[in-house]
Design a protein around this ligand. Structure first.
Ligand code: ATP
Length: 348
């Protein structure tokens, strides 16, 4: 098993700084997800590892070997892209065999390796079909089989599920994780979908404007964002800007938390909808329900609250059975546990 090491990788396209001094270590056998909004540099970083893009500065190593200037075909990698990149004139079996035949492996060896992969990606019964005769999810499993055929040290996946419908996407996501763990390949997985990143990865790298914002395992990222961008991007948090008074940030009786060190006149607090509690004992800060959205086991309430003379909107998630009695116009009171809040200075 081989790790990946990226040190100070930068890449510009004209005026656009696509990557700005990115360093990242991926341990052998680890699956790291690159997460961030469109244009943040995820694909460019993946392409630098693949050798499809040459960094302006920095070093790309796989298994301790400097590959920064080594062409793609000589890198020990397998790739799966968003679009199904199978050869349309070849069957599933022929597609998976292709990288082995290019490497001139003996026929018997190719056959047994392809059989092994067809089992691994659960396509044995589709082996003789052409790509246009199988579903999108099956095509991506075939692409995964083809990428893994030559035993690559590293598997690179660029939004492999984005063209699939929701149900197939969840199933295939779990399949990819199972297969990656079975073959113990080191992997980088690009996505802009936070739930996909959290579900599949050992660690998630949050990227923004070509830079790494935060690296952490999914629970860390979810519970302890270290930058306002991570706080806003991961976990769809409420964000409220509040005045700093005597070093505290307060919303009536809803919460009272310490302002961050070095905060100016105002600071921003972040908290998740599931951490907004509707009180029933007469305490809390008054709020009015504006919209109620049924999401299954939970219902999301859009609440309007008075914040320092102005109104703000807060989302609260409640067990659906409790939310049934509430509708637009209902008066409620809220409280938020400070243990689940993050605050950042207004300069950030
Ligand atoms: P998406 O999720 O939309 O694919 P991304 O996070 O993968 O986005 P990149 O594709 O890496 O982002 O792009 C990073 C920045 O570099 C963007 O501003 C993009 O427009 C720019 N960029 C990427 N490739 C090129 C190119 N070949 N020529 C010019 N600009 C490019």
């Amino acid at each position: 098993m081989s790790g990946i090491s990226l040190q100070g990788v930068s890449k510009r396209f004209g005026q656009v700084r696509a990557l700005d001094d990115v360093s990242l270590e991926v341990a052998p056998g680890e699956l790291v997800s690159l997460l961030g909004p469109s244009g943040c540099g995820k694909t460019t970083l993946l392409r630098c590892v693949a050798g499809l893009e040459r960094p302006d500065a920095g070093v790309v190593q796989i298994a301790g070997r400097d590959l920064t200037h080594v062409p793609t075909r000589e890198r020990p990698i397998g790739m799966v892209f968003q679009a199904y990149a199978l050869f349309p004139n070849m069957t599933v079996r022929q597609n998976i065999a292709f990288p082995l035949e290019v490497r001139r492996q003996p026929g018997e060896q190719v056959r047994s390796r392809v059989d092994e992969l067809l089992e691994l990606v659960h396509l044995a019964d589709q082996a003789d079909r052409y790509p246009n005769q199988i579903s999108g999810g099956q095509q991506q499993r075939a692409a995964l089989g083809r990428a893994l055929a030559p035993h690559p040290d590293v598997l690179l996946l660029d939004e492999p599920l984005s063209a699939l419908d929701a149900l197939v996407r969840t199933r295939l996501r779990d399949e990819i994780r199972r297969i990656q763990q079975a073959v113990k390949t080191t992997a980088i997985y690009v996505t802009h979908d936070q739930s996909e990143a959290m579900a599949i990865a050992d660690r998630v790298v949050v990227m923004n404007h070509g830079r790494v914002e935060q690296i952490g395992d999914p629970p860390q990222l979810y519970e302890t964002p270290t930058t306002p961008f991570s706080a806003a991007f991961v976990g769809s948090r409420n964000a409220l800007r509040l005045p700093v008074r005597e070093g505290r940030l307060r919303l009536g009786e809803a919460f009272d938390v310490a302002a961050p060190a070095g905060a100016g006149a105002t600071a921003v607090v972040f908290f998740r909808p599931e951490d907004v509690e509707l009180t029933t004992d007469g305490s809390g800060h008054p709020a009015t329900v504006d919209v109620r959205i049924f999401l299954g086991s939970v219902t999301r309430l859009h609440l309007v609250v008075a914040v320092d003379g102005e109104t703000a909107r807060i989302h609260a998630d409640l067990p659906s059975r409790r939310a049934m009695a509430l509708g637009p116009g209902s008066a409620v009171a809220i409280r938020v546990d400070p243990a689940h809040m993050s605050a950042f200075g207004s300069e950030s």
